[in-house]
Ligand binder design. Sequence first.
Ligand SMILES: Cc1cc2nc3c(=O)[nH]c(=O)nc-3n(C[C@H](O)[C@H](O)[C@H](O)COP(=O)(O)O)c2cc1C
Length: 322
Amino acid sequence: MPDSTKRHPEPQQRHPEPKAKDLIIQIGNQSFTNPIFMASGTFGYGDDLTDLVDYSKLGAIITKGISLEPRAGNPTPRIIETSAGLINSIGLQNIGLKAFLKDKAPLYPKLKTRVIANIFGTSIEEFNELTDAMNRVEALAGIELNISCPNVKKGGVEFGVDPKATTEVVKNARSRTKLPIIVKLTPNVTDMTIIAKAAADEGADALTVSNTFLSMRIDVLKRRPSLATTFGGISGPAILPIILRQVWQVSSAVKIPVIASGGIMTTHDALEYLMAGATAIQIGTATYINPKAAHEILAGIKDYLTSNNLTLQDLIGIAKEG
Ligand SMILES: Cc1cc2nc3c(=O)[nH]c(=O)nc-3n(C[C@H](O)[C@H](O)[C@H](O)COP(=O)(O)O)c2cc1C
């Protein structure tokens, strides 16, 4: 019963700041201290920015994409700025599995955060070999499968645009590892929920929505495409409203956690994704502008939860239509 004798009820108490345990999220059999992850390809192999960033405040770092053999990447120019983001055609340059296992993996047990390995192959066999190798990396917290790469046995069509190829990659990976499998989807499809369901049905533990959008610019002085490869993937603020729509659609279509990746620069951006149904978010291009973006966004999310008397779990998917 309301107390009618109290004409001026006590002002509502400010909720105490969320406790560390309230920010923990679970993906497969692993837990992460908070929902802020560093996106693949924008944070090196996880050992590069130890002086600039307080790793203990990051939920996880996702490594640059790793392939079986080292890759030199595409010719330059391979990165250009636009008014609202970056277009890159780095071409998945990386040191390759052998050097990764020798020089990078041994550092991970000592880092103050968790590390997820992002892997990609041009055939199921390559994905399998990489998955097997990652099983042996101490302290690894998961594998992110980048399926936005061409399947050479299927005429170079990207795995991630084909539900059957997605099924094959995820099924194989699932049969080889107990580590969480996060499938990173491509936005360059008509209906992402079809691919999302194919991955979830084969036992993926989470989905990253998503990779970059295919795009281009033209150098009007030279009268030719600005990038040496003509097309590149656009990231940054330009893609946020589109990826937000895809996070909304995918998180309604599957029961596994969705990790949002696309143009998150501020706390407001992160809140939109969490409200749309994302369980965690990745910070990518923002780190190039402000290496402390992830810390600031984490602090902003905590403030929002405190002042609105909400838990992280309340916030996830809180936005409703109508
Ligand atoms: C320079 C650069 C390199 C990237 N390399 C990878 C990669 O190796 N593997 C991958 O799955 N995604 C890669 N990405 C995509 C990012 O992880 C992220 O999904 C995308 O940039 C969207 O997020 P953002 O707008 O916050 O940057 C790369 C992005 C950039 C800008």
